[in-house]
Ligand binder design. Structure first.
Ligand code: TYD
Ligand code: MG
Length: 453
C-alpha cells in the first residue's frame, strides 16, 4: 500500500503554498482561498527542462539568436495580441468564464488556417460534439485532428507521433496526469498538467494552447495559479448575454500585454470586430438624455463607447447607486464631487450607470462621460450625439488631462464626431481637422458649455 502522501495547502487565488491551513493567504491577502491538495512530486513541477543542451552560464552577447519562429493562426486579431503570431514551443493559456467562447475560438484556429496541422485534445466534449460545432463554424477541417482524452501523457505521446504544429488542450481542469494521484481540477493536478505540457512544448518545439476556466466567484484551481508557469496568458472577457467578447493579453513573454481584440459571437462562431468603436457608439442617431460617449483607451487602442445613466427620484430613504462595468466606488466619488463642488442635489436620487456592450471601463478618462451622462439624465437634457468626452475628474471638481489625448481625438474624428471635451490642462496640440476640441477646466465650466449654451 502506498504511504500516505504529504499534503499542502494552496491558495486558489495566487497559488501560494503553505504547510497548514490559513484563513487569509499571506501572499495575496485573500480570505478563505486555501484548499488542501497532495504535494506535487518534486521531479515534475520543479524541474521543467527549459535550457536545452546549454547548462552553463553564458554571456548574454554570446547567446545564439535565431529569430523567434512565429506561425500565423489564421485569425488576425489573435495573431496581433500574441505579438505577431504564435511562437514555436510556447505555452499559451486562454482563460475565461464557462460559456464565453474559449472552445469556439480555439476550434476556429484550425478551421481558419488549414495549413496548420493541429491536434485538438478535448476532455470536455465528444468527437461528435466537436464535429457538430466545427460544421456550424464552417471552414476547412482537413488538417485538424481531434482526440478525446483526459490523461495528459497520452496526449503528449500522440502529439509526439503526429508532430503537429499546434496542440490545443481543452481544458486544463478536465485533464489529469498519471504521475499525480490528485483529482482532475484540483490545484496540484492543474499545476502538474501545465508543467507536463510546458516540458513537452519546450522539448519538442510544438506550441501548446491550454484552455482554463475561471468562475466569477472563488474559482477552484483557476488559471491564476498557472500564470507564472505559462509563457502567454490571454483572458476572454465580456458579458455572457452580450454579443461582444474581449480577448486581452495579461502576460506575454514574447510581446506587449497592452493589446486587446474585440470579437462578436454570431451564429457562426466568433467574428473579429476590426473597428470596435463603430459597434459600441449609439445607433439611434437622435439625441437621448442620459447618454454620453467616452473616448477610452483600452491598452494602446482607442475605443469609443456609450455611457448610459439613469437618474430618478429615490424610491427608498437611502438612494440606490448601481454601476455595471464601472467601479461603484468611483461612481459614488463622482456623485459626491457633483454634490459638493457643483451644487447638485443628487442625494435624493437613485443613480444607475451602464457601460454599453458589456464593456468594463477601467480608464480614468471615462469620468467626464460618466458625469456628463448623469447630469444629462438629471436635467433630462440630451447631449448632442456628435459629442464625446475624455478626461478625468478630480476631487475638487477639476477636470484633469489623460494620457494620449491626441490619439483619442484622432479616433473620435475618424468616427465622425464633431466635438470632443477634454481637460483645459491638456498639452496644446495642433487643432485636428473635422473636430472641434472643447477645453474645460472644472465641472461648473462643463455644465455651462454643455447645458446652458
Ligand atoms: P464555448 O466555446 O463552448 O465556451 P467555453 O469553451 O468558453 O465554455 O461557447 C459557448 C457559447 O457560445 C455557447 O453559449 C453558444 C455560443 N455559440 C454561438 O453563439 N455561436 C456559435 O457558433 C458557437 C459555436 C457557440
Ligand atoms: Mg469549452
Amino acid at each position: 500500500m502506498a504511504a500516505k502522501g504529504k499534503t499542502l495547502w494552496y491558495c486558489t487565488s495566487c497559488g501560494n503554498e503553505s504547510p497548514k491551513w490559513m484563513g487569509q493567504c499571506p501572499a495575496c491577502k485573500e480570505w478563505n482561498t486555501m484548499v488542501e491538495a497532495p504535494a506535487a512530486p518534486k521531479t515534475a513541477a520543479s524541474a521543467p527542462a527549459l535550457g536545452g543542451a546549454e547548462r552553463k552560464p553564458l554571456k548574454l552577447a554570446e547567446v545564439a539568436m535565431g529569430s523567434e519562429e512565429r506561425v500565423s493562426l489564421g485569425i488576425g486579431e489573435v495573431d496581433r495580441i500574441l505579438g505577431g503570431g504564435l511562437v514555436r514551443g510556447s505555452l499559451v493559456l486562454i482563460g475565461g468564464e464557462p460559456g464565453i467562447g474559449k472552445s469556439t475560438l480555439s476550434l476556429q484556429i484550425p478551421l481558419c488556417c488549414p495549413s496548420l496541422k493541429v491536434l485538438y485534445a478535448s476532455g470536455e466534449e465528444s468527437a461528435r460534439q466537436v464535429k457538430m460545432r466545427s460544421d456550424r463554424l464552417g471552414g476547412d477541417p482537413s488538417n485538424c485532428h481531434i482526440f478525446c482524452e483526459t490523461i495528459v501523457e497520452n496526449i503528449i505521446d500522440e502529439a509526439a507521433k503526429l508532430q503537429p504544429d499546434l496542440v490545443i488542450v481543452d481544458s486544463v481542469q478536465t485533464m489529469s496526469t498519471s504521475a499525480a494521484e490528485s483529482t482532475p481540477g484540483s490545484v496540484s493536478s492543474v499545476k502538474e498538467v501545465a508543467a507536463a505540457l510546458l516540458r513537452f512544448a519546450k522539448q519538442s518545439g510544438i506550441a501548446v494552447i491550454l484552455i482554463g476556466h475561471i468562475t466569477k466567484d472563488g474559482f477552484i484551481a483557476g488559471p491564476k495559479i498557472l500564470e507564472h508557469i505559462v509563457d502567454v496568458v490571454l483572458q476572454f472577457e465580456g458579458e455572457n448575454r452580450g454579443a461582444y467578447r474581449i480577448l486581452r493579453g495579461i502576460k506575454n513573454r514574447f510581446g506587449s500585454t497592452s493589446e486587446i481584440a474585440v470579437f462578436e459571437m454570431t451564429g457562426k462562431g466568433l467574428k473579429e470586430v476590426a473597428n470596435p468603436s463603430e459597434m459600441l457608439i449609439p445607433m439611434h442617431g437622435e439625441a437621448l438624455s442620459g447618454t454620453a460617449v467616452c473616448a477610452m483607451l483600452d491598452g494602446t487602442r482607442p475605443l469609443l463607447f456609450e455611457v448610459q445613466a439613469l437618474v430618478s427620484s429615490a424610491v427608498y430613504a437611502t438612494a440606490q447607486r448601481s454601476a455595471t462595468g464601472f467601479d461603484a466606488r468611483r461612481l459614488n466619488m463622482l456623485l459626491a464631487v457633483l454634490e459638493k463642488r457643483a451644487g447638485f442635489k443628487l442625494a435624493q436620487k437613485d443613480v444607475f450607470l451602464n457601460m454599453a456592450g458589456g464593456l468594463k471601463a477601467t480608464d480614468p478618462a471615462c469620468d467626464l462621460a460618466v458625469i456628463a451622462s448623469v447630469l444629462s439624465s438629471n436635467f433630462d437634457f440630451p447631449i448632442p450625439p456628435d459629442c464625446c468626452f475624455a478626461a478625468e475628474v478630480g476631487l475638487s471638481g477639476e477636470i484633469r488631462p489623460v494620457s494620449q489625448t491626441e490619439r483619442r481625438i484622432g479616433e473620435a474624428a475618424r468616427l465622425g464626431f464633431k466635438k470632443i471635451f477634454i481637460s483645459d490642462f491638456s498639452p496644446r496640440t495642433p487643432q485636428p481637422e473635422g473636430i472641434s476640441v472643447v477645453r474645460v477646466a472644472d465641472v461648473p465650466a462643463l455644465v455651462k458649455t454643455l447645458f446652458r449654451e
